[in-house]
Design a protein around this ligand. Structure first.
Ligand code: ADP
Ligand code: MG
Length: 326
């Protein structure tokens, strides 16, 4: 296995509110290695974005972050502003669903990439301009020298997404976080953007975290996947293991709600995720789980543990496997 680049240990995020503490992220342990793409998947509200916005230092000041998040040993939790500024946009970068939120409408895209470059590297104006055009070329923008002189609104959605990726990789980040970057795009453009992200993974040997609610996207690009539910990991492993033989009923539920050829209709998971002001003491998926057993599932907070080729948090994984085998 290649070197660990990003490492989370008991990473937690709590938002104090008038109604009480929203426990959005409740203890995540995750290592991402150089050149690896880890998919993070789960329904809306499972804590995917908050986890990695917290790692990036992009949450509101009121958010309480505990545990550890390191990039090759540099601690980000509680880091000084100086360390955060040096790391963000340089060693770790993030791309979002909506590129317009990351781009400045009144500046030409080339100038914005130049600014990103000069914030972290000692480059002359000429060298930075040249590098900006190279980056636009790298992410597959045709006629990059012309396009560098245009404004964000002159680009299509897919092309704007490429510009944001060019900005994110301008300083050769060790970690790239992609938060639903293709969710708003049509299928053809989505495939192109996935290819660009894979090229970044290979050419920069970056540790990539790809957040999505779509297991279909995970199947196409991820090496490993972590399934999240209610601010914790439900299951983690190599993509082919998790998708072929899910050990957690929540993952099975996500798979059953995927559109697949030859299937008459989709079966969404019944019920809704728990209120994160008061998550259940036992398995958070228990109230929605077809295999819920009160004596086991309501009593113990499940922890990710090795199970066959993967890691699972299902307290009944052994029993359920035995049932399937019978
Ligand atoms: P996902 O990205 O998996 O859809 P999020 O990470 O955005 O989910 O949200 C996780 C939980 O944190 C949700 O319950 C959400 O309502 C809550 N949350 C996010 N931001 C805030 C905030 N600023 N204040 C209070 N609660 C928040
Ligand atoms: Mg999100």
């Amino acid at each position: 296995m290649s070197e660990t680049v990003l490492s989370l240990k008991d990473f937690r995020v709590t938002f104090p509110t008038l109604l009480g503490d929203v426990q959005a992220v409740r203890g995540i342990d995750l290592d991402v290695h150089a050149g690896e793409l880890v998919g993070v998947v789960g329904e809306s509200g499972s804590g995917k974005s908050v986890t990695f916005l917290g790692v990036m230092g992009l949450l509101p000041k009121s958010a309480r972050i505990t545990g550890s998040a390191t990039i090759r040993g540099t601690e980000l939790v509680g880091a000084s502003n100086k360390v955060q500024r040096a790391v963000r946009g340089k060693r770790i970068a993030m791309i979002f669903q909506d590129p317009l939120s990351a781009l400045n409408p009144v500046h030409k895209v080339g100038a914005q990439i130049v600014e990103m470059l000069q914030a972290h590297q000692n480059l002359s104006k000429d060298a930075a301009n040249k590098r900006a055009v190279e980056l636009l070329d790298l992410v597959g923008i045709p006629q990059p020298d012309q396009r560098a002189k245009q404004y964000p609104h002159e680009f299509s959605g897919g092309m704007r997404q490429r510009v944001m990726i060019a900005m994110a990789i301008a300083n050769d980040p060790e970690v790239l976080i992609a938060d639903e970057p293709t969710t708003a795009l049509d299928v053809t453009v989505q495939a192109q953007i996935l290819e660009v992200i894979q090229r970044v993974q290979r050419e920069l040997n970056a540790a990539v975290v790809f957040i999505t609610h779509d297991l279909g996207v995970i199947a196409r690009i991820a090496d490993r996947v972590q399934v999240m539910y209610a601010g914790r990991a439900a299951e983690r492993g190599e993509v082919h293991d998790i998708l072929l033989r899910p050990t957690h009923p929540y993952t099975q539920g996500l798979l059953d709600s995927l559109p697949a050829t030859g299937r008459e209709r989709l079966t969404p998971i019944a019920g809704a995720p728990p209120n994160m002001l008061r998550p259940p003491p036992g398995c958070a998926f228990g109230p929605r789980c077809p295999h819920f057993a009160a004596d086991v599932c309501a009593a113990t907070l499940p922890v990710l543990r090795p199970f066959g080729a993967v890691e699972t948090a299902c307290l009944r994984a052994e029993e359920l496997q035995a049932e399937v085998a019978r």
